[in-house]
Design a protein around this ligand. Structure first.
Ligand SMILES: [Zn+2]
Length: 165
């Protein structure tokens, strides 16, 4: 495991440059609950208990009223592709083609209507607008962490969406 020290990649599914929060460990990341929830298959974000504002990605402080009294709410784990970009050239190091990013509609009843995400487990030409996609959570090589003279590898997960078969 310690040989993984360096920049983590995972079979073209993950790059640290696309990670919103590169270190998940709770000692370093105040939204680590997001990852704990992902590990249980839940897709979540934060809602302000003061003014009701819903942030995505999750926050530690409400951008509307600056309260830090936030709660975690669940989002749907299925949605429909609104539009997408499929790249077959200029792919970042560590990824294979196709590299697909999509705007996804989580539905009119979702607390967050639209999210932007990678789409994996999908062949070139494998999705079109309107297709259904679902959340997929996968392990990411751990980050080496050193804090208060202790060293450990922080276990990590990340998410994308994949076509519903
Ligand atoms: Zn607020």
């Amino acid at each position: 495991m310690t040989e993984n020290i360096g920049i983590p990649f995972l079979e073209g599914h993950y790059s640290p440059t696309l990670d919103l929060w590169p270190i998940e460990a709770k000692e370093f990341n105040r939204i680590h609950t997001f990852y704990d929830n992902l590990k249980e298959g839940k897709y979540t974000t934060t809602k302000c208990k003061g003014c009701g504002y819903i942030s995505y990605p999750p926050r530690v402080i409400c951008p509307e009223c600056y309260s830090d009294n936030l709660e975690w709410i669940e989002l749907p784990t299925r949605g429909k592709v609104i539009t997408f970009v499929e790249k077959s050239i200029a792919i970042p190091i560590g990824f294979g083609e196709p590299l697909i990013d999509a705007w996804i509609d989580l539905g009119k009843d979702s607390p967050v209507r639209h999210v932007f995400s990678r789409v994996i487990n999908c062949e070139s030409g494998g999705i079109k607008e309107g297709d259904e996609v679902q959340l997929v959570v996968f392990d990411v090589p751990g980050h080496p962490i050193e804090w208060r003279k202790e060293k450990w590898i922080a276990e990590r997960v990340y998410f994308a969406f994949e076509p519903v078969s």
